[in-house]
Structure formats: C-alpha cells, structure tokens
Design a protein around this ligand. Structure first.
Ligand SMILES: NC(=O)C1=CN([C@@H]2O[C@H](COP(=O)(O)OP(=O)(O)OC[C@H]3O[C@@H](n4cnc5c(N)ncnc54)[C@H](OP(=O)(O)O)[C@@H]3O)[C@@H](O)[C@H]2O)[C@@H](O)CC1
Ligand SMILES: [K+]
Length: 505
C-alpha cells in the first residue's frame, strides 16, 4: 500500500519537516526542483526549448528552481512569472533572486507554441479558490498550445483533494508530485488531467507513518505486490476451509447477473457457493454453473425456512445482482439484514435500490456490511444529487461510512473504498473496458470469493485488494481485445489467468 495525503496533510508534513526536523525549506525546494528537472529531461518529449510558467507561491518556487538546474545543465530555458511580484512567497522570492544571479531568461508574454515542453508551476496545494481572470487565460493558453506539460506537484487548477477542476485546470502529460501522491491526482477530473504521476522523494519526515491509525482519514493506493497474499491456499484445506458463500441473486430474465457473480465468486477462491434464487431460473443456473448448489423459492413465498437454513450454513452472504426491485426481493433483503448476525454481507445492484427506500435497515444491521454502489446508486442511497456528490466524493463517502458503519465501495472510473476505521483506498488499476454490463456483478463475486477464501471471513481489509484485482482484469482483458470489445465474462476468464500469475509469484 502506498500512502496518499491531502493538501492540508501535506502542508503539515512540510511544516513539521521544516520547523521540528530543522530541514531548511530551501533544501526541500531544491530537491523538488531537481526532481522536476529530471522529469523534463527524461526523454519522454523533446527538451529543446523549455518554458517554466510560475505562480507566486512555493509551487512557483519549485518551478524557478527547476529552471535554474536545467539552465546549469545547458538546456535552453525561459521563465514566465504569471503573477504580481508583491505577492511572492519567501521561497519564490529567494528562487527568483538566485535565478537572476544565474542569468536565467525571464520572459513576459511567451508564445507557448514555440516551446517543446512547458513546466506548469502556477498552483500546487495552495490553490484556494476557483481560477478566474488573467490566471484563467494563462492556464487556457497552456492547454491550447498542445505542447507537452510537466506539472509540478499537481496540475494547476485541480483541487488536490477532490480532483475537481476549479474553473480551469492544466492538462498535464506528467505530474511530479512531492513526497506523496494527492487524492485529486486520481479522483474525478484528476485521472484525465494528471497524466503519468511520478512521486518525488524530497526528504519529508512523516511522523505519522509509524502509526497510520492515529490519522483517522488516511488515503492509500494499492500496489500489485499487495495482491500476493490473496491466493496463498492451505494445501491441507478442504472446500469448507475456503468458505461457503450464499448468493441471493437472479430473477426471471435476470439469470445472467447471478451467473456472472457466482462464477466470479468461485473463480476467486470460494470453496462452496449456493444460490438462493427464484424457481424460474433454476434450469439456467444448473446448466451454466453446475458447480454451484441451489435453493429456489416461489416469489409468492420468498421467506422460506430454507433461507434461514442457508444463512446459517453460509460464512459470507451476497445479495443483489439481478434480484429485481419487486416487493418480494425487498422482503428478502429485510430478512437478511435483520438476521445475518455478524456474517459479512455484500449488498449490490438491485439490493441497493431497495435499500435506498429503507435506509434504517442498513443502520440497524450488524457489521460487517459492504455496499458497492456506483455513483447513481450512491446518489439514491444518500439522497444527494450526482453533481453534489462529485464535487467532493471522499467527503460524501466518508460521511456515509461514518453514519452507517459500513464498508462503502463507491464505483467510479477510480473507485474509492472507505472502511469504517476511516482508511480510504483509491483504486488506480483498471480502464474503460470495465464500463460494461455485468462488470459490477463480477466485482461483487470477486469480493465474496476473496472474503470466503480468507482465514478470517470478516477481514474487510481484503476488499480494496479485490477492487484492485478487478481493475487488473479490465487492463488484462483489453490487452488482448479492444477496450470496447471486452464483456464481463472476459473478466472472469482473465481472473483465472491473473490468479495463476499471482499464485506463482
Ligand atoms: N512549504 C514548502 O516549503 C514546500 C512547498 N512545496 C511546493 O509548494 C507548493 C505549495 O506552496 P504554497 O503553499 O505557497 O501554495 P501554491 O500552490 O504555490 O499557491 C499559492 C499561491 O497561489 C495563489 N492562489 C491560490 N489560489 C488562487 C487562485 N484561484 N487564483 C489566483 N491565485 C491563487 C495564492 O495567492 P493568494 O491566495 O495569497 O492571493 C498564492 O500566491 C506545493 O504544491 C509544492 O509544489 C514543495 O517545494 C516542498 C516544500
Ligand atoms: K502546478
């Protein structure tokens, strides 16, 4: 897991390093400038003519420092200061003075298209309001030039915490972010504005690294190495050891969702799977997934004694894919949430829409409950509009998790998972191949299978790993097909291939 910090947390870490550890601010800036200069000359693009566009704060200071380092290495570099010198931060003032001593070329009205690469050092984590007026024009000119851009810390105009564009934001090809990545580099517009994100070590001392729980809102991103532990299987185990999953899924004309979820669940490692579903799709389930067991019910009598027995039998419960929003499905959901005890329960798809009408059910359900809404479903669960949610997704998910004590997997281009302890995981795997019907059903199956296969079935820390794995399946499937050509069953095919790779690691 790699740590991600918000703009505020980063400022505190900077201050702690400067004030308590006594590392001079200019030393941090020198290292930041060096990291930027290395990114500019890394041969991704031509560094024949470099323009560094600077704001008045320390982000601008990083930029001027990078310009000096590049100048000393013999590169042709010009600096454009976009702002009033009276507003320079101390760091920026120092850097400009040093740069003038070194005879750096300062320009006033650059023709952006003349350059082969632009360094964007206008705003970093100090952006405090929407960009308007002259600064808006300048950021627009950078984008319109279509010259490759290296952003310093964060593309200017992007909110470092939410990833929303504050009026306008630079479209970067590479972002060199200092010490830790920021959530806004991945969330919402961040994904399309940050380009390739490089994290530069500038010598920040993180007091809290040793005790992450102290910080009750830590962000993390998963790495491929984190998946290694998922598929270690005890050789002396049996199908019971690897967990029993009850999947309440499917309804008339909706066998597919149940099948996708069920197969993904088994392929992700569940020892045994039992469906609880309507008698209309019995044959379809039996013929397409004979490995699964089956309990069927008549929609006129959804709450059978069998359901009680099946819930007793299961280690992990999943409810939602294709169950429909008919009243009988609502009755089952209510029964499950009231009677599941402390068994983990994944609530997805139709079950979320049913739940949105009776949120008190979720509040009174025993933990752990895992909800997996996409933004539209999350909007129904919270009663907030999609645009309101998207203006600050981490805040909305965090408040929801705090209110209901659940794990929330908020599915988006970059899925955000928050656990009840406040730890947030931004998923950075996956691509648009995942935006296909049934992809969410596969994710639910993977979460269930991985929970079932874990020694402790209630170990919710595996959930961000399941999300990451699902993303990798999208990448792998689109490697062999076009992104547009991937369908959900391809993800399941990839699941076995990727699991094999992980097993061999
Ligand atoms: N601390 C350190 O030593 C280190 C810091 N580092 C670097 O510093 C960056 C943080 O620096 P920072 O705190 O100075 O903020 P920064 O991003 O430069 O912006 C502030 C300036 O922008 C202005 N401004 C804001 N919004 C605006 C708007 N909408 N429209 C117009 N103006 C607006 C604001 O003006 P004001 O609000 O005062 O009017 C002020 O002038 C960080 O991202 C990293 O790159 C690293 O080198 C490590 C060491
Ligand atoms: K920037």
């Amino acid at each position: 897991m790699k740590k991600i910090v918000t703009g505020e947390q980063m400022k505190k870490l900077d201050q702690y390093t400067i004030n308590s550890m006594k590392v001079p601010s200019s030393v941090l800036m020198e290292r930041a400038g060096l990291a930027v200069s290395e990114a500019v000359t890394c041969k991704r693009f031509s560094a024949d003519r470099i323009l560094v566009v600077c704001g008045c704060g320390n982000n601008g200071g990083d930029g001027v420092c990078a310009a000096r380092i590049l100048h000393l290495k013999g590169y042709k570099v010009s600096v454009f200061v976009a702002g009033d010198p009276k507003k320079f931060s101390e760091g920026m003032r120092e850097q400009v003075e040093i740069a003038r001593n070194y005879r750096i070329n300062f320009v006033k009205n650059p023709d952006y298209a003349e350059y082969t690469v632009i360094v964007d050092a206008v705003f970093g984590v100090g952006l405090s309001r929407p960009v308007t007026g002259r600064m808006r024009v300048i950021l627009g000119q950078i984008n319109e030039s279509h010259v490759p851009v290296v952003a310093v810390d964060i593309p200017s105009g992007l909110n470092s915490d939410t990833g929303t564009v504050m009026g306008i934001a630079v479209q970067a090809d590479v972002t060199v972010t200092m010490a830790y990545a920021k959530p806004g580099l991945f969330l919402r517009d961040g994904q399309t504005h940050s380009g390739h994100v490089m994290v530069a070590d500038i010598g920040i001392y993180d007091t809290r690294l040793k005790n992450q729980d102290e910080d009750n809102f830590c962000f993390f991103r998963t790495d491929k190495e984190d998946l290694g532990s998922l598929f270690i299987r005890q050789e002396n185990g049996n199908k019971g050891t690897f967990g029993k999953v009850l999947l309440i899924a499917g309804s008339k004309n909706m066998a597919g969702a149940a099948l996708l979820s069920g197969e993904a669940c088994m392929r992700a490692g569940a020892g045994m799977l039992k469906f609880y579903t309507t008698n209309e799709i019995r044959e379809s389930i039996l013929s397409n997934l004979p490995e699964a067991m089956l309990s069927v019910f008549d929609t006129k009598e959804p709450l059978s004694e069998q359901l009680e027995k099946d819930m007793e039998w299961a280690d992990v419960i999943g409810i939602g894919p294709g169950i429909s929003t008919e009243p009988y499905a609502g009755q089952i959901l209510e029964y499950v949430l009231k009677n599941k005890g402390n068994k983990p329960c994944v609530i997805d798809a139709d079950a979320l829409n049913l739940l949105s009408l009776h949120m008190s059910l979720l509040k009174s359900a025993a933990p752990p409950c895992i909800v997996t809404p996409h933004i539209g479903e999350f909007s129904r669960l919270t009663g907030m509009s999609v645009s309101e949610l998207c203006s600050d997704i981490p805040k909305a998910v965090r408040e929801f998790v705090q209110e209901y004590g659940v794990v929330c997997v908020c599915k988006d281009a970059r899925t955000l998972t928050i656990l009840p302890n406040g730890c947030a995981y931004i998923n950075t795997s996956g691509n648009s191949a995942l935006a296909t019907a049934g992809s969410g059903d596969v994710l639910t199956g993977i979460i269930l299978g991985i929970l079932a296969g874990s020694d402790n079935h209630a170990d919710i820390r595996v959930i961000p790993l399941a999300v990451y794995l699902h993303g990798i399946l999208g990448e792998a499937a689109s490697f062999r097909r076009s992104k547009a050509g991937v369908i959900a069953s391809d993800l399941i095919e990839e699941l076995t291939i990727q699991n094999k790779k992980l097993e061999n690691q």
